[in-house]
Design a binder for this molecule. Structure first.
Ligand SMILES: [Zn+2]
Length: 187
């Protein structure tokens, strides 16, 4: 019988964002607008976690401070107050021509930046961070609360959820363990 105890670590961060959806969601959503959102991630023990039991001293099954700190710095410094645009959105061209210095503040998504899309991209980013931190922790779930009554929850491998691409995994910002939020080369 398997009766191993399992710990899950859950943490939440708030951020503000702007976006628009141009592929026919609704006229209302095609006008740039914003939301105050909460992102909650759930982590469990990863494949390289040797601990099975609290040690009676530090009593931290999972060294999550490092993972949490890395994630929250990314949300605070690179997601909060960003504009989220589809890679097909002509506003990208406008920024490139008029305010290229602000391109680094634009999250670029494959197709419209819906909450479902952001959940998958942020889960992939979190997975990349945890991988370079040694796979001691694994991401189990991400939730984005876009309004008080509307939450998107995603579990499992985000690569199976995202649109397919011919490009190598690491050519996408969401698969790299860095602070990039798009793959535009800023001048
Ligand atoms: Zn919206």
């Amino acid at each position: 019988m398997t009766d191993m105890a399992q710990t899950e670590l859950v943490f939440t961060r708030r951020y503000s964002m702007g976006h628009r959806l141009i592929s026919g969601a609704s006229e209302r959503c095609a006008i740039p607008h914003g939301h105050n959102e909460y992102v909650t991630v759930t982590l469990g023990a990863g494949p390289n976690n040797p601990h099975q039991r609290l040690d009676g001293y530090a009593n931290m099954l999972l060294p999550f401070a490092e993972a949490k700190g890395r994630w929250h710095r990314f949300i605070d410094d690179h997601v909060d107050h960003c504009l989220q645009l589809s890679e097909h959105d002509p506003l990208l061209r406008w920024f490139a021509d008029n305010e290229p210095q602000r391109l680094k503040r634009i999250i670029v998504t494959p197709g419209d930046p819906t909450t479902e899309m952001l959940a998958a991209l942020l889960l992939a980013k979190l997975s990349a961070f945890l991988h370079v931190q040694g796979d001691v922790l694994s991401p189990l779930m991400i939730e984005i609360k876009e309004t008080p009554t509307n939450t998107v929850r995603l579990r499992g491998n985000p690569q199976h959820y995202l649109p397919t691409s011919e490009a190598p995994l690491t050519s996408h910002w969401w698969n790299r363990a860095d602070n990039t939020i798009n793959d535009l080369s800023t001048p």
